[in-house]
Design a protein around this ligand. Structure first.
Ligand code: TRH
Length: 373
């Protein structure tokens, strides 16, 4: 079947680029019936996050190499995160009788300027083709957020099953949660704030289980605890137990976020998924050389904390600044944050429902693609 869309993804580092693209490809196919050719230059990164053996009807994964075969471009071409399409492919787009709709999918930001840039055209000087900038975002004048139609139903069903059949749910994730312990997950980059998080958790009256998938945060914790941690290992300090988990696929990672009482996440895709989990969350943005991630992080916290009382909002600002390498004074208010989890849980549920009232990113993209230029 002829493709409806060519989606190009270059894996810069980590898992966010392919995490977003694989999710978008799946939603376009499953919810909109599109045939998607997903071109990825590092299929091994996709293999880490894709449920094993998962075949999604409508999604064809193509290895994007320098010598990619000549092909007729689909009517919609999505260039994820300005990954620079191959010159031959752009030339083929220009030769089409009806040139494809060329969309550059941008990184997510809560900053105000996004509304003014969403949907703007730009003319390619070489071919004269028009490319449009499509910005995900948190407001009605942006492209919205990626969300599967059945996501909340699956989340709620998983939570119900977790109580009815706990062994089944947790064995899959390699976890043995204790009923009496606070459940936290951590998927971050390196941060000086992690040391004070460990210190705060080891002295809490209530035990904490901190679940950490393999990767950069686990390596950082191994250093801080002076104990090498690999999947399946546990380290205890005071009332804190740190549990290392194997890196799981995207669906299982969702389940981890749904299970935990609060989640610390990073980048773009886990950041959005933690919001859909409707549990308290803290976010470490992907660091940029010019510290451009700091205003990005601040813009998000301003939106997110808008409905909270002044003290909770101030704590969130400080913790986010601390996690992201921004300026802070005094110790980070981990204890106050942990104490306020019940209020923050109510807030997270309201926030998730509010965001879900917005049209999701894939639906907006499909509509945008149909709109005459
Ligand atoms: O991996 P990241 O740090 O990705 C980053 C950001 O996207 C950043 O904007 C981008 O510039 C940079 O990559 C190149 O964080 P992110 O976006 O949360 O992506 C992680 C993906 O990995 C997400 O789809 C969830 C998934 N994941 C799993 O599938 N299994 C796991 O065990 C974990 C922890 C994550």
């Amino acid at each position: 079947m002829a493709p409806d869309c060519d989606l190009f993804c270059s894996v810069v580092d980590n898992f966010g680029d392919i995490g977003v693209c694989w999710r978008l490809a799946r939603v376009l196919a499953q919810a909109h019936g599109w045939q998607v050719r997903l071109w990825v230059d590092a299929p091994q990164a996709l293999a880490r996050i894709k449920p094993r053996g998962a075949v999604v009807p409508g999604v064809r994964v193509m290895h994007w190499r320098d010598d990619m075969p000549a092909c007729v471009p689909a009517p919609c071409v999505i260039e994820a995160f300005a990954c620079a399409l191959p010159a031959d492919f752009v030339a083929a787009m220009a030769r089409c009788d009806m040139p494809p709709r060329w969309i550059n999918l941008e990184y997510l930001s809560a900053e105000d300027w996004v509304e003014g840039c969403h949907g703007l055209p730009s003319r390619d000087p070489v071919t004269g083709l028009t490319k449009h900038f499509f910005f995900p975002g948190f407001t009605a004048r942006t492209g919205g957020l990626l969300r599967e139609r059945d996501l909340f139903a699956r989340r709620d069903a998983w939570r119900a099953a977790q109580h009815e059949r706990p062994e089944e749910s947790f064995k899959r994730l390699g976890m043995q949660p204790r009923d009496d312990a606070l459940q936290l997950s951590l998927f971050s980059y390196e941060s000086t704030a992690l040391a004070s998080l460990l210190d705060a958790l080891r002295d809490r009256p209530r035990p904490t289980q901190l679940w950490v998938p393999e990767g950069r945060s686990l390596a950082a914790l191994s250093g801080l605890l002076a104990q090498p941690l690999a999947a399946g290992n546990t380290a205890g300090r005071g009332t804190l137990s740190v549990h290392a988990l194997a890196f799981m696929d995207q669906d299982d990672y969702d389940a981890l976020l749904w299970h935990c009482d609060a989640n610390i996440v990073r980048g773009e895709d886990s950041f959005v998924r933690a919001q859909w989990a409707a549990r308290p969350m803290l976010w470490q943005a992907y660091a940029q050389d010019d510290a451009a991630h700091l205003p990005k992080q601040e813009a998000f916290v301003e939106r997110y904390a808008a409905g909270l009382d002044a003290l909770h909002a101030a704590n969130l600002r400080t913790l986010h600044a601390g996690l992201n390498g921004g300026a802070t004074t005094g110790p980070l208010p981990w204890g106050a944050w942990l104490d306020s989890l019940p209020e923050l849980t109510l807030h997270a549920a309201v926030w998730a429902d509010q965001l879900a009232a917005q049209a999701d990113l894939a639906s907006q993209l499909v509509l945008f693609n149909q709109t005459p230029i």
